[in-house]
Design a protein around this ligand. Sequence first.
Ligand SMILES: Nc1nc2c(ncn2[C@@H]2O[C@H](COP(=O)(O)OP(=O)(O)OP(=O)(O)O)[C@@H](O)[C@H]2O)c(=O)[nH]1
Ligand SMILES: [Mg+2]
Length: 345
Amino acid sequence: MSNRRRKAHREKDLTSRFLSGDWDEDRLAQSQRFSQRSKHAQHNKMLQTLELRAEEAVDLADLATLAVGQVQQVHSLYVEVIAPDGLYLCVVRKTLSKSTDYSLVVGDHVRIRPIEVRDEQGRPEAVIEQILPRQTLLTRADSFKQIEQHPIVANAQQMLIVAAIQSPAVRWGLIDRMLIAAEAGGLKPIICLNKIDLADPVDRESSQNVLDHYAGLGIRTLQTSIPARIGIDALREMLRDQTTVLAGHSGVGKSTLIRAIQPHLEIRIGDISHYTDKGRHTTTSARRYELDFGGVVIDTPGVKLFGLWGVTAENLDDFFPDVSRGDAPQWRQESHQRIAESLLG
Ligand SMILES: Nc1nc2c(ncn2[C@@H]2O[C@H](COP(=O)(O)OP(=O)(O)OP(=O)(O)O)[C@@H](O)[C@H]2O)c(=O)[nH]1
Ligand SMILES: [Mg+2]
């Protein structure tokens, strides 16, 4: 009975997706997933040796002599680590993964032990022996109910919160949530309002008023447009010599901004027609990129919701100094109210 109901529901979904023109995108996503899966199968074989090595017990007396690298990207079966002498494909020592209560995320500093195996592209492999303490941690909860913690990026110094003035329309409530997550995780926030070429002067002025309010709270803000080349140089200066994680709704232009400041990087960028308020998630996992003028950026997949971790109805006011002081504009008071209600749940 329940199966039949589920099936009917799915068919309806497919029809509406077909009619809305999303069908090809889904097929594309499916074929991408398929090719990813066969790539995984290849890797799986190659990583078996590495897995076996990770299961061996080793004497860790030499731990301090091992090179420290930083996690560049986390895949389902292995982790890419950038070490002083280049990129390694790694797995975590079994005894370590059993003893630590957190899984690796992009930006984690790790000690690695190279082994004499290379993958089919000649990339060296290594076992991660130690995860070093995190300086900062951007985390979100899996839902507004805050049941499970989802660490996103470790050791970033700042967070570029990207929103688009149009397509998809800016949601200041999401920005407030990300501001709280940045502060709770020890990252300095910057609000970047992108796609300002798409807005009319009235929208631009009202957005500027909102940004001015954030600036009054000591938060750096900027407006950008890639086709109109507005704010790109200012953004480059803000990112120089810093480790910055970019976060925001899907389709706001996070990957495009990275490519605008560092053109040679191979970053996938979504087609604008794919973006509705639902978002399409062109970037599917967080990844670290080095900037050749100094600094590191971490691109992340778009988020629709940003569940807060470690924030309670009791300490929420700490993140809203304007509301506490009683000089917050109406929209900030409403945002505070909505978040407070969601925390009470
Ligand atoms: N008009 C206009 N379009 C832009 C601008 N910046 C980005 N876009 C377009 O917006 C679309 C989405 O850009 P992406 O960089 O893929 O967005 P994203 O935030 O990385 O999205 P996810 O990876 O899904 O989270 C692309 O078609 C870009 O060309 C801008 O300043 N103005
Ligand atoms: Mg992206």
